[in-house]
Design a protein around this ligand. Structure first.
Ligand code: ADP
Length: 222
């Protein structure tokens, strides 16, 4: 490491021409594992949270920048009268057809990458949480993260919590889980793990401890 180990109050690196890049922690976990719940606590503690799911939603909301490319690629049937992505129709299509999934990702991923990078650059906290549901699956985000934090809980709890949250059936949650990496494969590259098998207070205590650790690591990284 050739950068100074001093922590700088103004957050700038030694090279004043470079923008300050915050220390980035990639936050991931399977559906219903508790990523959003953990991210909310990080945010309350003062960390910038960049949520790639929220970015994807904004891109496909009425008039969002992904709408016209999606209309051109898939046809008007996938765009609602309000000009938003018809999510459930598209979900069914990409579930059934890998080529459609690749084409949709080809539209969304570069836009999500640009927007999340801009939000990371704008972050003014000592470190930033980059929340990416499919971090392990996607590969390219891993290069952007200094650490990987996985929220983990038993699969039965994932199913129960995700089904209770969104009103989709346990079978649908399991079908989504089947498209995600296994619990073991997600845990293997983790630097840090939150055990979310307990209550929300248990989750909060772990996030508080990680927050303190990330502040130290970010300061040491300069
Ligand atoms: P994810 O973002 O990983 O899909 P969420 O954070 O939305 O998962 O959690 C799924 C659901 O479970 C939400 O309704 C959330 O409030 C709830 N939940 C998360 N963690 C806990 C917990 N430790 N105890 C009880 N409910 C929880």
């Amino acid at each position: 490491m050739n950068s100074s180990a001093h922590s700088r109050a103004d957050g700038r690196g030694a090279d004043q021409t470079m923008p300050s890049i915050p220390y980035i922690v990639g936050l991931t976990g399977g559906i219903g594992s508790g990523k959003s719940a953990a991210a909310q606590v990080f945010e309350e503690l003062g960390a910038a949270v960049i949520d790639t799911d929220a970015i994807a939603h904004a891109l496909t909301a009425p008039g969002g920048p992904a709408i016209e490319p999606i209309r051109a690629a898939f046809g008007a049937d996938y765009i609602s009268a309000e000009g938003a992505l018809e999510r459930s129709r598209m979900r069914e299509r990409v579930f059934a057809d890998a080529d459609s999934k690749r084409r949709l990702e080809g539209i969304l991923h570069p836009l999500i990458g640009e927007r999340s990078a801009a939000q990371v650059r704008a972050a003014r906290s000592a470190y930033a949480i980059l929340m990416v549901p499919l971090l392990i699956e996607s590969g390219n985000y891993r290069a952007r993260c200094r650490r990987i934090l996985v929220v983990d809980c038993p699969e039965e709890l994932q199913v129960a919590r995700a089904a209770a949250r969104s009103g989709i059936s346990a079978a649908q949650v399991r079908a989504i889980m089947a498209t995600q990496v296994t619990r073991a494969a997600r845990l293997a590259p983790a630097d840090d793990v939150i055990d979310n098998s307990g209550d929300l207070a248990h989750l909060r205590r772990q996030v508080e401890a990680l927050h303190a650790r990330y502040l130290q690591l970010a300061a040491a990284a300069g």
